[in-house]
Design a binder for this molecule. Structure first.
Ligand code: BG6
Length: 464
């Protein structure tokens, strides 16, 4: 008997700017991810202008998902494909593109799980003060109302914002903020919490049959030693890395410890009583989490370190003065790109999220980035990916036995796409896309070994 519920949503995920390409097609307006909007510091990796060219291959891509037996597909809608300018004018071609995609998914019995915003900020929003300005409220609200009106009857699961915590903690690395130290990242966090609360309320009204929730990147932290101070550091890191983004939406408040962290570091945020009232009534229906690895931390006193500025990427290098700093975990193996692999940490994370919030959980990212090799006879033998998934899915089954209520599992990524900051060579997909960093080749879609393995796993509802 499978431990997974009968209607469990097996599938995979992508995001618009990393997979679609076609940035000058279909009336899309410039976004923060377009080459024109930023300096390409690292010329050794591709930009996002072509990506996996899903904009022109979407039908073929959905057919591959259907062949794998996907029950769900998590993708993001590109805000700059839908809204043209700061007056809120709508791009009908963008609406048509996503309507076609949604219809194709539904025709193939694949439940769409739609991220409203995944890192690609329209330039008209950037030019109006960006996410740090409260002007973002009106832009995001208008955008949501267009989505709910046009797609509400087709979408059962909405995700408000992808990885707000990653945007707050390492915006300079994933390019959601061009000036490393110029902005108050905690104000960005608060503003984006407000827009999420507004989106939840709007969704209830405009699409009463849909469900909506946030999608942070959650990594549970271990203390580096049994020193009591390291356990305090674990609590501190969990707070700033994980909980502060969920507590506000699920529990309605910012914790006293978080507010005192801001005060000690001169990082006050501007809130109003109307905004804080919103959090009391706008509760999500579920929590989506992206999990790649756990963290390990030790105490960091007031004198040392930066405030979160030493980060290498999403999974490592966090340091908060007087609070905690991340260190390596000697017990864990690493991926080719240095991310620690911790399947047991996945179960631990699921348990902690469930026990803290008691809301159903959907996994909207999990996976291994690797330099996959295409053999001469056109195969990709990604046994390391199969091993990674096998172990994580096993731990997810144990979490279900622990009592965690799970809705679905949509790992990263359905097909190869361009990494946030490490190019197309860091591949995640079940389907290989035949292109290199600069040679676009034929963009052929090639089934990896993991494609066949996942197909069988889905057909047996997770039991292999
Ligand atoms: C998450 C993001 O942080 O991790 C994705 O939501 C991203 O957009 C994924 O691609 C993997 O990270 P990376 O940096 O390897 O692309």
């Amino acid at each position: 008997m499978s431990k997974f519920p009968k209607d469990f949503l097996w599938g995979a995920a992508t995001s618009a700017y990393q997979v679609e390409g076609g940035i000058y097609q279909g009336g899309k307006v410039p976004s923060s991810m377009d080459p024109s909007s930023k300096e390409h510091a690292n010329k050794e990796i591709t930009d996002f202008s072509v990506a996996s060219d899903h904009y022109n291959h979407w039908k073929e891509d959905v057919a591959l998902m259907a062949e794998m037996g996907f029950k769900s597909y998590r993708f993001s809608i590109s805000w700059p494909r839908i809204i043209k300018d700061k007056e809120g004018n709508i791009n009908q071609e963008g609406i048509d593109f996503y309507n076609n995609l949604l219809d194709e998914l539904i025709k193939n019995n694949i439940e769409p799980v739609v991220t409203i915003f995944h890192f690609d900020i329209p330039m008209f929003v950037e030019e109006d003060g960006g996410l740090e300005s409260k002007n973002v409220y009106k832009h995001y609200e208008r955008y949501c109302s267009v989505l709910f009106k046009n797609f509400g009857s087709k979408v059962k699961y909405w995700l408000t914002v992808n990885e707000l915590n990653v945007m707050v903690l390492i915006s300079q690395i994933i390019n959601t903020n061009k000036e490393k130290y110029s902005s108050n990242e905690w104000q960005v966090m608060h503003n984006m919490n407000v827009v999420q609360a507004k989106a939840i309320l709007m969704c209830r009204e405009m699409c009463p049959k849909s469900k909506i929730g946030p999608a942070p990147n959650i990594a549970i932290n271990y203390p580096a030693s049994s020193k009591p101070e390291d356990f305090t550091a674990k609590l501190n890191m969990d707070l700033l890395r994980n909980w502060v983004y969920l507590d506000i939406l699920c529990r309605g408040t910012y914790s006293k410890k978080f507010l005192s962290y801001l005060e000690q570091n001169n990082k006050q945020i501007h809130t109003t009583s109307e905004e804080m009232e919103l959090f009391k009534i706008a509760k999500p229906d579920f929590i989506a989490i992206n999990y790649y690895s756990s963290g390990t931390v030790e105490a960091l006193d007031n004198k040392d370190g930066n405030d979160g500025a030493t980060n290498a990427d999403q999974q490592s290098g966090f340091a908060f003065k007087g609070f905690a700093k991340s260190v390596k975990n000697p017990n864990l193996e690493k991926t080719q790109f240095g991310w620690e692999i911790d399947p047991v940490g996945f179960r631990n994370t699921l348990r902690e999220v469930w026990e803290r919030y008691q809301l159903p959980i959907m996994v909207t990212e999990n996976g291994i980035g690797a330099r996959d090799v295409l053999t001469e006879d056109g195969k990709v033998h990604d046994d390391y990916r199969i091993d990674f998934y096998q172990k994580h899915i096993h731990q997810m089954a144990l979490a279900i036995e622990d009592g965690v209520e799970m809705i679905g599992y949509m790992p990263w990524s359905a097909i190869d796409l361009v990494s946030t900051h490490e190019g197309i060579s860091k591949r995640y997909g079940f389907v290989y896309v035949n292109r290199d960093e600069f040679d676009l080749k034929d963009m052929k879609r090639i089934r990896k070994d993991s494609f066949y393995w996942y197909k069988e796993l889905i057909s047996k509802n997770g039991e292999l």
